[in-house]
Unconditional design. Structure first.
Length: 533
């Protein structure tokens, strides 16, 4: 049996490396994907369960006083009891709607958590303990209607604390991005994980990752059940549970599997796809949900955001992906340092440890810092790795924009054109004040941890991206995640000749241009109007 397991793992790793190469964008051509899009066929970003009992959640007062934005990253508030009000606030700021955009007759929503192409592959299931407000059970969060849908009532002693299961609908991303879509699902799950941490902090809660087999998680949230035949599949991503809560996951899965009382039918999200992207589908089926990394313990309060323009609630609600930047806006040195500080290891609750992702910076317009290329190692071993494999400019110069913030300068240069070209000729990478590329330690983690490492590296990058989004928002700036880049072009720029490091994500930050498509409608205006009627 050991030999069979080893061979199976070897085969899975060969499949993974082949998928990673297939899903790269290259100067000579993009990763396989649809040649045209019919926007009428876009999968619905909202899933619901027809026939499932619903529990309405009270809408939070977004104008209420809140802690300063620093609490999203670090520090600790007094824990609140789990009530409809606290759960509503948590879900609202973890994954709820924050605004609507409109263009002509079309309109679309924005959420607390960003998503590649605003396609939102993620779903959230909750395991709730029994209370006077709800029975113990498995619930789905209906984002559009900000309510809970009861999928299964459980015995009162089977759930002792709040837990979350995050899942992904691959087809939502594959519809637009083809084979590269699995990467985006992993990045999105990292963004969602980070935002859950940030929102939990507003309630004084702390989550921890709980590893479990994918089949167990699929059983617990019911996504492996017969009612999913004929609708878009969901893949389990992560299990989060409140710190100090105790859960017998195997026993819970057994109860869920044996029950015949599941309620509701999952909605179909779109017409049957004309194209199937077999490699990313096969790879998604190989991934497991075990975790070798853990969330960073709650760090000390971060002073950089004590006097930020926006408080914690406002920071979440005002987060936007800028569609363009003011290229004349120069970041002050303290803004630049505050932007990067949450990325320093151990300084934000929205991080994984051990560290596996480091940063390449295209500095365009920052006070007291020469335009050029810089590296930001996030660990001592990462520093050594970057120095050994980034061979094009071996004479690195240490630079300190702030006392604790150390960068390695590669080259002084106007980097705007190079940043845009490497990011699929997107001008946001050139007009921002700074553009970052995230370099993941690749070969060594994959050799030691297999498929789990690949998932974690992308999730770690997504979490770092969420730190950048929230830091930008708190400072009155903007950010934009960049998933389209020429992978090996970035490696060639640095002189990386092997797969010790691979670029997994990009991010632009600066002062965004006003997006006239953002309407004045709040995320849940449709529910408030009904409540006021």
């Amino acid at each position: 049996m050991a030999v069979l397991a080893a061979n199976t793992q070897t085969s899975a790793m060969e499949q993974l490396r082949a998928y990673h190469e297939l899903s790269k964008h290259r100067f000579e051509g993009y990763a396989p994907g649809p040649e045209t899009l019919d926007w009428d066929d876009q999968p619905n970003v909202f899933r619901s369960f027809d026939g499932a009992p619903r529990i309405a959640l009270p809408l939070p007062d977004d104008r209420a006083d809140a802690a300063d934005a620093g609490i999203l990253f670090s520090g600790q508030l007094e824990p609140r009891a789990l009530t409809p009000a606290s759960l509503s606030e948590f879900l609202r700021y973890a994954a709820g709607l924050t605004a609507w955009k409109a263009f002509g007759p079309d309109r679309w929503s924005l959420r607390a958590n960003p998503s590649s192409g605003n396609l939102h592959p993620g779903e959230i299931y909750l395991l709730l303990p029994a209370s006077s407000h709800w029975a113990a059970g498995v619930y789905h969060y209906d984002v559009l209607n900000h309510c809970l849908e009861q999928r299964l009532e459980l015995s009162a002693d089977s759930v002792t604390g709040l837990s979350l299961v995050l899942t992904s609908v691959l087809q939502r991303e594959a519809w637009k991005y083809g084979e590269r879509s699995l990467r985006y699902c992993l990045l999105d799950s990292g963004h969602q994980l980070a935002q859950c941490q940030a929102s939990a902090a507003l309630q004084g809660w702390t989550f921890e990752l709980a590893g479990s087999d994918r089949d167990v998680l699929a059983t617990i949230c019911g996504i492996d059940r017969p009612e999913y035949q004929g609708v878009e599949a969901e893949h389990p991503e992560l299990l989060l549970k409140l710190t100090d809560s105790v859960m017998d996951i195997a026993k819970l899965a057994e109860e869920c599997r044996a029950s015949g009382d599941w309620k509701g039918t999952p909605s179909r999200l779109g017409p049957r796809p004309l194209q199937r992207w077999r490699e990313c589908e096969a790879m998604a089926g190989q991934f497991d949900t075990q975790m070798s990394a853990q969330l960073v313990s709650v760090p000390s309060e971060m002073a950089e955001f004590a006097n930020a323009e926006l408080n914690a609630r406002q920071t979440v609600l005002q987060r936007r992906s800028a569609q363009g930047y003011d290229n004349n806006r120069r970041l002050k040195c303290e803004e630049f340092s505050a932007l990067l500080r949450p990325l320093m290891p151990g300084l934000s609750r929205m991080q994984l440890e051990p560290v596996g992702v480091h940063l390449l910076l295209f500095v365009h317009n920052v006070e007291e810092l020469e335009p050029g290329l810089y590296l930001m190692p996030r660990s001592e071993s990462g520093d050594a790795l970057l120095r050994s494999v980034c061979t094009r400019w071996p004479a690195l110069q240490e630079v300190y924009p702030a006392p604790e913030l150390r960068l390695l300068k590669l080259k002084t240069a106007n980097t705007r054109k190079a940043a845009a070209q490497l990011c699929c000729n997107q001008m946001i990478a050139a007009s921002s004040a700074v553009t970052l590329m995230m370099l993941a330690e690749f070969d060594a983690p994959l050799q030691h941890q297999g498929l789990t490492a690949y998932q974690q590296l992308y999730r770690e990058a997504g979490m770092l991206g969420q730190n950048l989004y929230l830091a930008s928002s708190a400072l009155g700036l903007n950010g934009t995640g960049i998933g389209c880049f020429f992978d090996d072009g970035v490696h060639q720029l640095l002189g990386i000749e092997d797969q010790s490091l691979q670029v997994v994500y990009g991010f632009a930050a600066g002062e965004g241009l006003k997006d006239e498509r953002v309407s004045g409608m709040s995320g849940y205006h449709h529910l408030r109007e009904v409540a006021d009627a």
